[in-house]
Design a protein around this ligand. Sequence first.
Ligand code: MN
Length: 459
Amino acid sequence: MLQTSRNRSVHLKRLIKSFGDSKGKQAAIYIEGTKTSQRIPTSDVDAEFRQESNFYWVTGCNEPDCAALVNIDDEQFVMLTPDLDDDHALWCGDFPLPEDYKTVLGANKVISNKPESLVKLVQELNIKKLYTLESKNDTLQNTLKDVTVDKSTLYGTLRDLRMIKLSDEIEEMKKICKVSADAHIQVMRHAKPNINEYQLEAVFRYYTSLQGATRLAYSVISAGDERGATLHYVNNNKVVKDGSLYLIDAGAEFPDSYYASDITRTYPINGKFTQKQKEIYEIVLKANKEVIASMKPGVQWVDMHRLADRIITQGLLDLNILKGDIEELIKNHVGGYFLPHGLGHAIGLDVHDPPNRDGSFKAINEPGIRYLRTHCELKEGVALTVEPGLYFVPRLLRKALADPVLSKFLNKEKLEQYFDFGGIRIEDDVVVTKDGVLVLTSDVPKEIDEMEAIIGKSQ
Ligand SMILES: [Mn+2]
């Protein structure tokens, strides 16, 4: 059922303000929520409903099959809601009435969510331009023949607004991060040699569900042995061998407030780091901690990626896995073969909060950093993941070894000893404050001795 969201009216005001240039020009914002659907089109099983995040951010509405229109001229907010009947209530329970959308969500008007109702509304309000989002099934321009439908502006506007979290949103993020953090500790306690990856995934799901966070923010990556080097491994069905590393990347979300958590820890499944594991782990830990200590308003996120890349490159140089001059290694992007993904991404209502996919920054076409999903300058309220990693991906490394330039920097004999090592990633979620960051996931241990004290030791 509908819930009051304190952010909702503030979000709506910020959105309208962003379209200030369109005031007095008969323009409106139109946004659709998630429609109910079947899991498979021919089946009789409903797909799990999850509200579209932009729609939720603007309206605070977590009901299916709704849409909203915001008239920029007079700031009126109209909800379009599904026509539900007693039959619907019989199977699915009670549903909100038009009055509820007004009193709980602050809608000025509530109409039926049908194409003809939208056409009538747009005519009544004399709207000439509609800002909306791209959607797969969009027949809006055909429905509204006399209206200019702009599908490109709203995405970037909402992305930039959603980038800055208000205090209520930070509170929501703290809550979900705490739940996920506690579950990560439980996973550590349940770890033991020869356990299956799905059993540890189940521990995470169990402990987050127990706290009401019955949904995952993304598919769990539960990876033992060399599978930790597969960045988005989701099979989670193999036994984790004694002596190997275990990587778990998992975050839950609450089913009605949606904010995501995204945490990764990597540790030996048997609870004791070998010297070899320790050496690599400490490099990643250093990158994680130094980035977090360097983050504050005004800092460029791209520079933080470069800082992590430098720490990892230097670490591999110190271990004699790489050779040569550090500046030469950096210039040739050798680190990108070991940290082949971006340092982190915006997080909020979505685990990957809207990335800059609309060409608002020029991607840097270099190994690793090309996958950075955002190029923001840090500002108070920006929430990001910090997730440096160090992976030994044989496929990638064989390519580097065969490259006449890169191979000069690689100590082949030493490197080959790591081909079955897997990968290490340490991921925390942070929010930028006035002069630094608040780490939302600090409850999950990441120091070697702290983890060794917990792994395999159920309470
Ligand atoms: Mn992440």
